[in-house]
Each structure stands twice: as structure tokens, then as C-alpha cells.
Design a binder for this molecule. Structure first.
Ligand SMILES: CC(=O)N[C@H]1[C@@H](OP(=O)(O)O)O[C@H](CO)[C@@H](O)[C@@H]1O
Length: 392
């Protein structure tokens, strides 16, 4: 067996609670960017980098993942699944794969878009040296949301997970690793975090003293959807990188910008405008004279005639009624009990939610799954799943 790993353990068990309501019914790795789940970008990058065996660690809503990826044939990889029954952290997730790996292997986060070079470079770094592990590190504008890393002589010197106080480095753990099987002993020696979880950064810290971990600088694209509004920005970045793909049924007089992705089974009605930075999922319908700009429309959603939707996420099967408006722009948005100001987000319309005709959603509105806004109602703030808001 070659010492260059061709097996990757891909972590896809988490729920992604900060992306509620989008993750109330689907795991974060299945959130679509340009009509493709985040996890599909990871699997494609691994496959392009020469990985031929993937162990997918699944848990929350795992059927969604297994149904989509099956045995991996469509991606030229062989996929096997292991289930992390309890959410006990990323190191615990890796340990679930122990019976299925043999020799050095890669570990990839299943919900961050990276390029194949990140995978290739960590694998080379492990194979060329005498370290117990190699980890890709990259620069981030918000290091405190990640594992903050300091590097010395090409090795990881320190790693601090999501530091509460300021970060002393802009360099973060990119979520792409290569390990020798020694990592499994290091996981067994890893102590639980304050939240009672076994975290891979803590395991890496153990390996620093025991074999060392090479730091591999990665400057390619690195995209994370941490918050709802990141989905719009990451979609925009991916459209910049990969270009648009407008398929589907376009009625006469429909205007669809080139920098959009419209699924082959979607339709855009007469006089409708689909502006740059928009993606329209399978079987979604943009009806006549509607305007949809810089938005993500999930599969089976409908934007009815004359509706105006900007900076929006329209969930699967949702219905935005005729002449409803979401004017877009910046707002204060509540996520998991915290307020984020100055965020560019028109509205999120949860899966199967209904926005009545001529209703108006203020910027920053987040409508839960199955929520209903009555005809002509004006709504702002956060509406939980299943709640109905009538006019007046
Ligand atoms: C506990 C853990 O594994 N934390 C990792 C992981 O964060 P999550 O928020 O758990 O996805 O991925 C980040 C980057 O992908 C990395 O910077 C961080 O150190």
C-alpha cells in the first residue's frame, strides 16, 4: 500500500443549528450552493485529488445524505457510511471510522468548499515527512469562528478552538487534515471540552507533542456557510468561480442574467427578471413579471406573478404569493438568540412556508418552515416553524 492516503473520512454528522430553519429538516452538508449540496463540493474535490474511498460519517438527517450520494459511483469514489449516534464532537466522529481505515488517511469537513489542491497538499505533507499529521491552514476575516492556529517552522504550534477573547492570529484550521493511524490513540487520549464534546483541534494539540503536525498553507478558495446570509455571499463566490448555467424553460420576454444557475426542470415566466447572483432549484417556478435578484430559490419553490424578491432565500416547496415584496438590503438578524447587525439579507422563507399575495417582508425577516403569512400582511423579525401571521 502506498503511503499517500487515498481514503478520506468526511465529517457530515452535524446539524448546523445556526442555519435554522434551513437545517431543521436537512443537515448542513445538504444545504445547496448553486443547486449542489455543500458536501458534493467536498466529495468532488476529494475525487479530483485522487481519493477513491470515502468514509462518510453521518448522523443528523443521515437519510438525506445517503439517498443523494449512494455508493458514490456518480463521483468516481466508493462511499461507505458510519453513523455517529451521539453528537460528541469531531474527534469522536473520526473515531467512528477506525474500523474502516487502514494506514494513513485524510479527514475533511463535509460542509466547507475547498479546492482539490488543499487535499493534495496535506496528503503530500504527511507522506513526505515524519509528522503524525498535517493540517491545511488558511487566513480568515473572522478567525474567532474557527480553530485559530499559530505556525512555527512549518508546524502547528498552537490551536485554540473558537477563542472567546480576541484571536492572536488570522490563520485558521481549514478543516482538511491527513493523519497516520496514531491519531486514533490521540483521540482516545483527548479530553472532553466544556460542552462535553471530543474535538479534533484538541486531538491535534495532543499530536503536536507527540509526533508533530505539519501546517500546510492554503490560499485557494475556502467557503463556509456559517450563518443564513453567508449562503447568498458563498453562492455569489461560487458563481464567480464556476460561472452560471441557465437551463430550464424560459418564457418569451423572461430576462435571466448569465451569472445565474437555473435548473433544467425550473421555469421562468413571461417578463420575469432573474438577476445576477441568483440560483433557481429543480422544479422551482418564477412566474410572469416576478423579479428575483441575488437570491437562492430552493427546489419546488414558487415565486408567483409580480412578486419582488431580493437578497432572499426561498426554501424548498415555499410559495411567495403574487405581488408580495421583499425589497432586500441590510438588516439586524437574530440567530440562535444573538443579534447580528448590518447583515445583507432580504428574508428567509422556510421550507413549505407560504407568503400571501401582496404581503411584505421587511429585510432580515426569517420565516420558519411551514409558517404562513396572510395576504397583505407586513411582517418582520423571526417567525418560528408552523406559525401563522394574519393581516393586522
Ligand atoms: C471542533 C472542530 O472540529 N472545529 C473545526 C471545525 O469547526 P466547526 O464549527 O466544528 O465546523 O471546522 C473549522 C473549519 O472548517 C475549523 O477551523 C475548526 O477548528
Amino acid at each position: 500500500m502506498s503511503d499517500r492516503p487515498t481514503t478520506a473520512v468526511v465529517l457530515a454528522a452535524g446539524a448546523g443549528r445556526r442555519l435554522s430553519p434551513l437545517t431543521n429538516r436537512r443537515p448542513k452538508p445538504m444545504v445547496p450552493v448553486a443547486n449542489k449540496p455543500l458536501l458534493e463540493y467536498v466529495i468532488e474535490a476529494a475525487s479530483t485529488a485522487g481519493v477513491d474511498e470515502i468514509v462518510l460519517v453521518v448522523g443528523y438527517e443521515r437519510e438525506r445524505i445517503q439517498t443523494h450520494f449512494g455508493d458514490g459511483d456518480d463521483w468516481d469514489v466508493s462511499i461507505r457510511y458510519v453513523t455517529q449516534e451521539k453528537r460528541l464532537g469531531t474527534a469522536h466522529a473520526v473515531s467512528q471510522a477506525e474500523p474502516l481505515v487502514d494506514g494513513p488517511f485524510l479527514v475533511l469537513n463535509g460542509d466547507r468548499i475547498v479546492e482539490p489542491s488543499a487535499v493534495e497538499d496535506v496528503r503530500e505533507a504527511l507522506a513526505d515527512g515524519d509528522a503524525a499529521g498535517a493540517m491545511a491552514v488558511t487566513r480568515s476575516d473572522r478567525p474567532r469562528a474557527y480553530g485559530v492556529v499559530t505556525v512555527r517552522d512549518g508546524r502547528v504550534e498552537t490551536i485554540v478552538e473558537k477563542p472567546r477573547q480576541g484571536a492572536d492570529s488570522e490563520v485558521i484550521n481549514a478543516g482538511v487534515y491527513a493523519f497516520t493511524p496514531a491519531v486514533f490513540d490521540a483521540i482516545r487520549d483527548t479530553r472532553p471540552s466544556e460542552e462535553g464534546e471530543y474535538e479534533l483541534p484538541d486531538t491535534v494539540e495532543r499530536l503536536i507533542d507527540d509526533g508533530g503536525v505539519r501546517a500546510v498553507r492554503y490560499d485557494g478558495g475556502w467557503h463556509d456557510v456559517s450563518y443564513l446570509w453567508d449562503l447568498l455571499a458563498v453562492t455569489d463566490d461560487v458563481l464567480d468561480r464556476d460561472g452560471g448555467a441557465v437551463e430550464g424553460t424560459l418564457a418569451p420576454g423572461a430576462g435571466v442574467d448569465d451569472r445565474c444557475v437555473v435548473a433544467s426542470t425550473a421555469s421562468v415566466g413571461r417578463g420575469a427578471v432573474v438577476g445576477a447572483g441568483t440560483t433557481v432549484g429543480e422544479n422551482a417556478r418564477i412566474e410572469s413579471n416576478a423579479t428575483v435578484e441575488r437570491s437562492v430559490v430552493f427546489p419546488d419553490a414558487t415565486v408567483e406573478a409580480g412578486a419582488v424578491v431580493r437578497d432572499c432565500i426561498v426554501g424548498a416547496g415555499a410559495d411567495v404569493g403574487a405581488n408580495a415584496t421583499v425589497r432586500g438590503g441590510t438588516a439586524t438578524v437574530a440567530v440562535a438568540g444573538e443579534l447580528y447587525e448590518g447583515v445583507r439579507l432580504g428574508a428567509v422563507v422556510g421550507d413549505d412556508a407560504t407568503v400571501g399575495g401582496a404581503a411584505a417582508l421587511s429585510p432580515g425577516t426569517v420565516l420558519g418552515n411551514d409558517a404562513v403569512v396572510g395576504d397583505g400582511a407586513s411582517v418582520s423579525g423571526r417567525i418560528e416553524d408552523g406559525v401563522t401571521v394574519r393581516r393586522g
